[in-house]
Design a protein around this ligand. Structure first.
Ligand code: ADE
Ligand code: ZN
Length: 327
């Protein structure tokens, strides 16, 4: 039994983190960049732990040098996602990797990515929205520049603002200015927290950045009072079980907190994060959840519905995707 063909809504992916290793190797070859050290002999990405993962990730990003590279990447990603039943996807796109925080350059990257997304929608019936994202360990000043890029381009495609990177770098309050700017521009907000930083990081993020969604958030399970607050505030978790298991952010599949969080009443959703880095796909996530927890079509329909309800998109898009989930 596989859930490959079931329609899926995915809220948490990183555009560069979706790049297959062969795609990055191809770009490196075209540009004569030597990044052979970031690959295993079998061609997969090679890293030891989360800190090293971020280094390898950034090394891979050095091959993505212009709008055209992101155009090609977006086409490849969406074709792959659609083959796993994904009908709606949100992806984190960082102005830091797309023009270095310059608004004019960012616009050019977005133009190329949006063109690729429009072609994928036509060819593969998949919709993409962008959550512009700052990188936490690049610091608060870079985050402000990223928020400015996001605010200037808020619209049909750029609908949200987020933050990834090293979660233990600085405090959420350091990034409040960037988040305030994004909120004032009308962007919806999410932030990685509780992947590595414990329940306190989730609590501080909710208090200081006033997000409606949390990336990962699995550490919430360690604090029952926080779980109650998350439910009370109607916060949605973008849970990425395969990523957590692969990076050892949680225990193995049977010990993953997604089931306990869901059973407690938390709104959870399922995403892949950086699929080729973690040897996963949306099909694999659904199949593993079915195998591990006995979740079935009814469970996955409800997870999809939670994700669509929490999607950072306009009403027309939500209605269109709803129809695909209902048929
Ligand atoms: N950037 C890409 N993947 C990430 C993750 N799992 N956590 C934080 N930042 C990331
Ligand atoms: Zn992530």
């Amino acid at each position: 039994m596989t859930y490959k063909s079931m329609p899926k809504v995915e809220l948490h992916t990183h555009i560069e983190g979706c790049a297959p290793p062969a795609f990055i190797r191809g770009l490196a070859q075209e540009k004569s960049i030597d990044i052979s050290g970031i690959f295993n002999k079998d061609g997969t990405y090679a890293y030891r732990d989360f800190a090293h993962f971020l280094e390898v990730y950034e090394a891979a990003c050095t091959t993505l040098q212009g709008p055209q590279d992101f155009y090609r990447l977006t086409k490849a990603i969406l074709e792959e996602s659609a083959s796993h039943g994904v009908v709606y996807q949100e992806t984190f796109i960082s102005p830091d990797f797309c023009g270095g925080g310059d608004v004019g350059a960012w616009r050019e990257y977005l133009h190329a990515i949006e063109a690729a997304a429009a072609e994928a929608e036509r060819d593969h019936n998949i919709t993409l929205k962008c959550v512009a994202t700052c990188v936490r360990h690049f610091g608060a000043e870079k985050a402000k520049a990223a928020a400015k890029c996001a605010a200037e381009t808020k619209g049909d495609f750029v609908t949200g603002f987020g933050m990834g990177g090293a979660e233990t770098f600085g405090k959420p309050a350091d990034f409040a200015y960037a988040y305030d700017m994004a909120r004032e521009a009308g962007l919806e907000l999410t932030c990685h927290a509780g992947e590595w930083g414990g329940p306190e990081m989730i609590a501080d993020t909710l208090r200081d950045l006033k997000v409606t969604r949390i990336g990962h958030g699995v550490d919430a399970i360690k604090d029952r009072e926080l779980v109650a607050r998350i439910i009370d505030m109607d916060v949605v978790l973008e849970v990425c079980p395969g990523s957590n298991v692969f990076l050892n952010a949680t225990g193995d599949w049977p010990d993953h907190p997604i089931k306990s969080l869901r059973d407690a009443g938390v709104k959870v959703t399922v995403s892949t994060d950086d699929p080729p880095f973690f040897g996963t796909t949306m099909t694999h996530e659904f199949d593993m959840l079915a195998e591990t927890f006995g979740w079935d079509e009814t469970d996955f329909k409800s997870l999809n519905q939670t994700a669509l309800d929490a999607a950072f998109c306009d009403d027309a898009t939500r209605a269109k995707i709803q129809k695909r989930l209902d048929t």
